[in-house]
Design a protein around this ligand. Structure first.
Ligand SMILES: Nc1ncnc2c1ncn2[C@@H]1O[C@H](COP(=O)(O)O)[C@@H](OP(=O)(O)O)[C@H]1O
Ligand SMILES: [Mg+2]
Ligand SMILES: [Mg+2]
Ligand SMILES: [Mg+2]
Length: 358
């Protein structure tokens, strides 16, 4: 474990994400995932509710006065006792087999009713002051349902800056050196020892990956973005969902940069983790709808992990993502993540392509 600031936060965050990621894996193997459609048309499942409950419970145990901005709320569970009970069974049974690790997380959640209150503790408005955790219990819920990539995401903001970030990616390869390839988003295999990784970063301390474990934490290894001498050789990744990122704009930008390799499409912040470990090079997220505002939980952990791995992360105008404005990134449009040395070159191409459309 790295020494310096935020050791306790990193350790608790890694264990909390690990326990929650294992819960989501157990849901994937169930036929009934309790899928509901939310007002923003994104799905939510019993896995999302259960993972959020487990993470908030661990944060409350360790950092009782911190605020929490989480994606989900318990309203649907309060209105449907059968759904509530299904989530409760999952949460009640979720445990790491290492007793010390479980103790760090404060052990089990007390009851179904307290679980609902815990889920609703993620309703902070966020903002520019103080310690605020942000949670996406399952990012890429569509990928999760399809058997593709998804991520359990947790980050700590202090005065609006990301200080700690953790991503649990159960369907990514353990090995950092396995290149990104087409179809990775449809590889549902979770064969023990081959798939499942935790990415993490602490500001100023670099980024790490470690295998997902059912016990305590596995040993972490430093990760870094791949140096690229010629941008035309880059591999870029983008969303699976055409409604989340314009694939036409991404293709035009790639063409301007001389990139000939097809994009790798994958759901979730697994994209940030993948480029941070050097499995791919660029992440392009080009706005489709002018009125869509990105959510802080969709980007906070990935932003820090990529920057600590030697990358730069900005919006399409080249501005850093601003996590200090509440639950959304209302001053940013889209996301462009790239190794530091070539980020300016990519932004130039983005500006040319988007500017030509005005
Ligand atoms: N119109 C839109 N544009 C961009 N992102 C959107 C969007 N509608 C939903 N999203 C977000 O995109 C996230 C998934 O990102 P990706 O496309 O990279 O996999 C979703 O997270 P959840 O799955 O947690 O709801 C959701 O918050
Ligand atoms: Mg959602
Ligand atoms: Mg999300
Ligand atoms: Mg989500």
């Amino acid at each position: 474990m790295a020494t310096g600031g935020y050791d306790k936060e990193l350790n608790a965050a890694l264990l909390a994400v690990q326990r929650a990621t294992l819960l989501t894996k157990s849901v994937f193997h169930q036929n009934a995932k309790g899928t509901l459609s939310k007002s923003d048309a994104s799905p939510v499942t019993i896995g999302d509710f259960g993972a959020q409950a487990l993470i908030i419970s661990a944060l409350q145990h360790n950092f009782p006065s911190d605020e929490i901005v989480a994606e989900e709320e318990a309203k649907d569970l309060r209105e449907n006792s059968q759904l509530r009970d299904t989530v409760w069974e999952l949460v009640r049974d979720a445990k790491l087999s290492n007793a010390t690790a479980e103790q760090t997380l404060g052990g089990a959640v007390g009851s179904a009713d307290s679980m609902l209150d815990i889920i609703d503790k993620g309703d902070s408005k966020g903002g520019a002051k103080g310690r605020i955790w942000t949670i996406d219990p399952i990012d890429g819920t569509k990928g999760f349902l399809r058997g593709g990539q998804y991520a359990v995401c947790l980050a700590l903001l202090v005065d609006g800056e990301v200080k700690v970030g953790v991503l649990g990616c159960p369907n990514l390869p353990v090995s950092d050196s396995e290149p990104l390839k087409e179809g990775i988003g449809t590889d549902a295999s979770d064969e023990e020892g081959k798939f499942g990784v935790l990415f993490s970063a602490v500001e100023g301390q670099g980024a790490q990956s470690r295998p997902l474990s059912k016990e305590g934490l596995s040993e972490g290894k430093k990760i870094g973005m791949k140096p690229i001498s010629n941008i035309s050789e880059a591999t870029f990744c983008e969303s699976v969902e055409a409604g989340h990122s314009s694939q036409g704009d991404a293709a035009a930008i790639a063409q301007k940069l001389g990139i000939t390799k097809p994009s790798v499409r994958m759901d979730s912040q697994a994209k940030y983790g993948s480029i941070a470990r050097g499995a791919g090079d660029l992440y392009l997220r080009l706005p489709v709808r002018k009125d869509y505002v990105e959510k802080i939980w969709d980007h906070a952990a990935g932003d820090l992990i990529v920057r600590e791995a030697g990358g730069q992360v900005t919006d399409v105008n080249g501005n850093r993502l601003d996590f200090s404005l509440g639950r959304t990134l209302k001053n940013n449009k889209g996301v462009i993540a790239a190794p530091k040395d070539v980020h300016g070159q990519v932004i130039q191409a983005v500006k040319e392509v988007l500017g030509a459309k005005q």
